[in-house]
Design a protein around this ligand. Structure first.
Ligand SMILES: NC(=O)c1ccc[n+]([C@@H]2O[C@H](COP(=O)([O-])OP(=O)(O)OC[C@H]3O[C@@H](n4cnc5c(N)ncnc54)[C@H](OP(=O)(O)O)[C@@H]3O)[C@@H](O)[C@H]2O)c1
Length: 382
């Protein structure tokens, strides 16, 4: 076994003694843990064995029952995971954090607590939970010591069972399915942090979203619940219709209108957007700055692009503005919990494009990488 601090990878040697015989829920076994899960003869995990093409992710069946939780851990039966851009970057080795050797991929997952360690206070058997993106960033400001992430430096969620520190999980919103809840930890929390993490969006303000990546779709949904007017951009007429269905008040085609900042100003009576959720980075930053209101904010989500090496803003664009730009690193557990409350209060449902079975992990990665999805790509694990 190796212990990473917040999530733990396991071998068959760590399996929970007597788990097959465990009494139904709310019983403590002889290790002091509480468990309710059924007999298992093997359980399957996936591992990033060789960075590069998706074939480098391999399944592994481990004989025996799932592992025992440590005193402050929960054992989660994973039901669904979702893919994010970072999972592709980790796979091809271009993510800023290097993947741990043989790491279990994927940061985002939802599942059911099937056993808890004897010192666990946050959860009980049967609770429905999701992972958190930065297991050590609970609240306040992130520090360099909190940068570890599941599916990169820590074991991820692409497994039938995962053992999480109780602090590295949150209860999922009640009315969501496993597949919907699995969409939240990265794209959902990032969008929520962009809109509320500093100077929160106020009713009547204008939020500008760029394109139809999963994060931008969350931003549209959250902005509407906050009472904002939403201007969204896309390259596609069909996607424009779907953005409107999701709540966007105005949709601009950025191919037909490459200088869309002028259109945003027109739509806002010359004022500009109060908040730009900047998911295009180097490709869009100049227009985003030009589209921002005098005291507006830009939440800088993407800093890189395959098309341009640097974020470049002309002096002319900046000269007449006193905007504030804030870089976003997903968000803390507190952001995640506040977002969950808002999702429940407003009955929001994440946009799921497609759900793949657990046997089709490679197909799911390929489909996601193709860019064809409108919404999240999910893998149903169990
Ligand atoms: N900093 C953080 O914490 C954080 C967290 C999560 C993700 N990210 C980053 O955020 C970015 C967005 O991620 P994502 O997964 O939601 O989406 P994504 O898959 O990277 O977004 C693709 C979409 O962007 C749109 N797009 C492409 N070029 C554009 C342009 N010139 N102008 C406007 N839109 C354009 C396209 O929309 P249409 O098809 O509608 O044209 C495309 O569908 C990624 O770079 C990701 O790495 C950062």
């Amino acid at each position: 076994m190796y212990v990473t601090g917040t999530t733990t990878a396991f071998t068959s040697a760590d399996t929970l003694p007597g788990i097959e015989d465990a009494a139904p829920s709310d019983q403590h076994d002889r290790m002091g843990t509480q468990s309710s899960h059924p007999t298992h003869h093997t359980y399957r995990t996936h591992h990033l064995q060789t960075p590069g093409p998706v074939e480098g992710i391999v399944p592994r069946d481990t004989p025996g029952a799932p592992p025992a939780p440590g005193p402050r851990d929960i054992l989660v039966r994973v039901h669904a995971v979702s893919l994010n851009k970072r999972d592709l970057l980790i796979l091809d080795g271009s993510y800023p954090l290097k993947a741990a050797p043989d790491v279990i991929p994927v940061s985002d997952g939802a599942g059911e607590v099937v056993a808890v360690g004897e010192e666990v206070t946050r959860f009980g058997v049967g609770d429905r939970v999701t992972s958190t993106y930065f297991p050590r960033w609970l609240d306040g400001r992130i520090t360099p010591a909190m940068i570890d992430q599941p599916g990169a430096t820590l074991p991820g969620m692409l497994a039938e069972y995962v053992r999480l520190d109780e602090n590295a999980a949150v209860r999922m919103p009640d009315r969501l399915t496993w597949e919907e809840a699995a969409c939240l930890p990265c794209a959902g929390v990032t969008a929520w942090n962009a809109l509320t993490g500093a100077e929160a969006v106020l009713p009547g303000e204008t939020v500008l979203t760029l394109g139809t990546g999963a994060l931008a779709l969350f931003a549209v949904q959250f902005a509407k619940t906050l009472g904002a007017q939403v201007v969204a951009t896309t390259s596609s007429g069909a996607k424009a219709a779907r953005l409107r269905e999701l709540g966007a008040d105005h949709v601009l085609n950025y191919v037909e209108h490459p200088k869309w900042a002028a259109n945003v100003r027109e739509l806002t009576g010359g004022r500009g957007a109060d908040l730009v959720v900047e998911t295009g980075g180097p490709d869009t930053i100049e227009q985003s700055v030009r589209a921002t209101a005098l005291y507006g904010r830009i939440a800088l989500i993407a800093a890189n692009s395959p098309h341009r090496p640097n974020l470049e803003i002309t002096t002319d664009a900046l000269a007449s503005s006193v905007l504030t730009m804030r870089r976003i690193f997903v968000g803390s557990r507190a952001h995640h919990e506040r977002m969950n409350r808002a999702i429940t209060a407003h009955g929001l449902r994440p946009v799921v494009d497609r759900v793949f079975p657990y046997e089709e992990v490679h197909a799911a990665y390929r489909y996601y990488a193709s860019g064809a999805a409108f919404g999240k790509v999910v893998i149903r694990v169990s």
